[in-house]
Ligand binder design. Sequence first.
Ligand SMILES: Nc1nc2c(ncn2[C@@H]2O[C@H](COP(=O)(O)OP(=O)(O)OP(=O)(O)O)[C@@H](O)[C@H]2O)c(=O)[nH]1
Length: 259
Amino acid sequence: MDVVIEVRDARIPMSTSHPQMDSWIGNRKRILVLNREDMISTTDRNAWATYYARQGTKVVFSNGKLGMGSMKLGRLAKTLAAGVNVKRRAKGLLPRPVRAGIVGYPNVGKSSLINRLLKRRMCPAAPRPGVTRVLKWVRFGTDLELLDSPGIIPMRISDQSAAIKLAICDDIGERSYDVVDVAAILVQMLSRLPAVGNKALYDRYKIVTDGRCGKIYVQKLALQLFSGNINQAAFRVLSDFRKGKFGWIALERPPQIVP
Ligand SMILES: Nc1nc2c(ncn2[C@@H]2O[C@H](COP(=O)(O)OP(=O)(O)OP(=O)(O)O)[C@@H](O)[C@H]2O)c(=O)[nH]1
């Protein structure tokens, strides 16, 4: 690969950053993509844009569902890797297409971004993690080749808070977490987020939060809507969050900015 396009979930850019990514990328050029930009607020987006600009990191915000950002990504990849063909020409070799590898956690939108760029459904994309299973090269025009890759997660996620956020955002498989525990933590997180708070939870479910125990809240929701089935209640809370029923909000803000 001449350039690596690392895709992260804009709702959780830190938790979707693989601890080994830097060592894998080495000296290759990198473009950081915060996908799902439609799932965060403008304030969140600006906070992340400022943070990365201060670090001197190139970042592209994108929407893999509608295509925003994909053309910019293609252009940037070609520009960053232009040096490849300068070197080839100097050696008397013919130019070749620039090779850009798209990497990142499962379900962050890698395949969707490629499909949007190509304006064709070349790579399978679906609303669940683990859809892409093999590496696949696809050609974009005459001068860019893109590599779609299966989502990668660390063997062990030692940071529990990151693991929970990955579960909440549907970026890891359902079989790897307890849906009730995760929904209970989500209720607590939402009740503390200024952009959501207890009122938004009450408006949606007509249940008052005690601000401490998310599990009791999910149990109450189960009794109210699902004949006591706590799993179904937990799924409802998670799916409401993922559908933006509490508003579009990031679960992570840049380190130096207090949420
Ligand atoms: N709302 C929204 N949905 C998106 C966006 N990008 C992708 N999606 C949706 O998210 C789901 C997952 O997208 P994929 O492109 O399959 O994700 P992936 O990273 O290739 O997933 P793996 O195959 O698990 O590695 C699909 O249902 C997409 O339609 C986005 O920017 N916004």
